[in-house]
Ligand binder design. Structure first.
Ligand code: TRP
Ligand code: ZN
Ligand code: CA
Length: 448
């Protein structure tokens, strides 16, 4: 909490926050010269239909049910054990009541019968089917509430939200709960192997959720299909939550069989047995040097082993992705040029720059050049941001505004750069024009 702050140059109050004020500042020579155009417009392509905010209480109620099922069945929900079938019956009951067409697919593994549950939402273009799934089995040593009651509950609550909204998506929607993942993705592989190739080619994407409520959470996005990945990353950028690429073994969950036959995949993961680094603890909170999930594959993976914030965000992210990917026609990302090296921004000091080298293009930059900026700062009103074309032409992205005390500039701008040669060294120029609060350029990128 701060008691007072210094606002840059002394100015009549009325000039501080208005566009007229900006013009006056420029006229008075107080701002760097910028391109003649007005401020670049932050791009805000509102999706046709916004996904609902899933009630965390509903997601947690499903976890309580999985816990009770395990407790009543020898402490687990593992393949071949009664707790698994009871889990299938619970999820199926909810989906049937909500109007889904459900199918239980049986298979055999290790001499025991296994079950996948498939739930189709009637309607939508079946030649473009979007699937979302989670494994429903636990290991035999515990109730599997985070692994993977969490993903199962998030996908279930998303499906129930589709029903509550009576969604009429462009794409056909299919949800899945897999058996025997813990024995090596047996259920999901069985499903994919038994899907005729004509049916396979109709699956436009598969979204996987395995461990999304880890108690010491990270926010990992699978690095697979670029459109799916971008959909999740955009969601987290909107929450101001940094993400990392999931690198903990690409083939470790039920997306692998889909990926292996060429179906675009993506997903979320909040971490398992690996330890959170201190850099990760700094950006996400939690405990450095401790596993993301200390109860991974053990008896303590109970309802106490869940971080509510991670569970809530990741469940909402599932709904966001299903709504966005099934109701919009997402534009695939273009060629991205990015600089992720941090650059400190001196307090009330000189402008700093970060460079992105664009090579291999012909002609001019696009009329709608997308500039994504991620600046971490404790008072973003201090910060002035320009994009500099290779020839030095400045495009103002953001002015200072003394009263804007919020943190960080994490924004997407669209610049008409059609007068600029595409190839060359583009720079993001950032200046902090008021004392006290400071920050750094975290990353920025250009999408051509
Ligand atoms: N159920 C997975 C497993 O036991 C959990 C897991 C670990 C995971 N690492 C992952 C899931 C990476 C997705 C991505 O192996
Ligand atoms: Zn798992
Ligand atoms: Ca400052």
């Amino acid at each position: 909490m701060r008691l007072s702050r210094v606002v840059g140059p002394a100015l009549p109050r009325a000039l501080r926050r208005t566009t007229a004020g900006v013009a006056a500042l420029a006229a008075a020579g107080l701002l760097a010269t910028v391109a003649p155009s007005a401020l670049a417009a932050p791009s805000a392509p509102a999706p046709a239909l916004a996904a609902p905010d899933l009630p965390l209480a509903n997601v947690k109620a499903h976890l309580s049910q999985f816990q009770s099922i395990a407790s009543a069945n020898g402490g687990n929900r593992a393949h071949g054990r009664p707790g698994y079938k009871a889990s299938i019956d619970y999820v199926k009951g909810k989906l049937d009541a909500a109007g889904f067409t459900t199918t239980v697919q049986q298979f055999t593994s290790g001499g025991a019968t296994g079950y996948n549950l498939i739930a189709d939402w009637p309607g939508g273009d079946t030649t473009k089917t979007l699937m979302a799934g989670a494994h429903l089995d636990s290991v035999s040593s515990g109730p599997g509430v985070n692994d993977n009651g969490s993903g199962s509950a998030g996908v279930l609550e998303t499906a129930l939200a589709v029903s509550r909204a009576q969604l009429k998506p462009a794409k056909h929607l299919r949800f899945a709960w897999w058996g025997a993942e813990e024995l090596g993705m047996v259920g999901s592989r069985h499903y994919v192997n038994n899907l005729p190739s004509t049916e396979r080619s109709k699956v436009s994407g598969y979204l996987n959720f395995d461990m999304i409520g880890s108690p010491n959470p990270g926010y990992f996005v699978y690095d697979d299909d670029p459109t799916i990945e971008k959909t999740f990353k955009d969601y987290y950028a909107g929450l101001n939550v940094p993400t990392e690429i999931e690198t903990d073994g690409d083939g470790r969950s039920d997306h692998a069989p889909f990926k292996n036959v060429g179906i675009p995949v993506g997903g979320l993961f909040s971490g398992a047995e690996r330890a959170k680094s201190s850099a990760q603890a700094q950006k996400w909170g939690g405990t450095a040097g401790q596993a993301f999930d200390r109860c991974y594959h053990s008896s303590c993976d109970t309802t106490s082993n869940v971080n509510d914030t991670a569970l809530d965000r990741n469940s909402d992210a599932i709904a966001h992705a299903v709504w966005t990917l099934a109701t919009d026609t997402p534009v695939p990302p273009g060629d991205v040029y990015e600089n992720t090296t941090d650059v400190a921004i001196p307090d009330n000091g000189a402008a700093v720059t970060s460079t992105v080298d664009v090579t291999g293009r012909t002609g001019n930059a696009p009329a709608a050049l997308k500039v994504d900026v991620d600046i971490r700062h404790t008072w973003r009103g201090d910060v002035v941001v320009d994009l500099l074309a290779p020839d030095g032409t400045a495009y103002r992205l953001k002015n200072s505004s003394g009263n804007d005390s919020a943190d960080n500039v994490i924004a997407s701008y669209t610049v008409n750069a059609s007068a600029e040669t595409a190839n060359g060294a583009w720079k993001l120029r950032v200046q902090d024009v008021a004392s006290q609060d400071t920050g750094y350029i975290n990353s920025w990128k250009l999408t051509f």
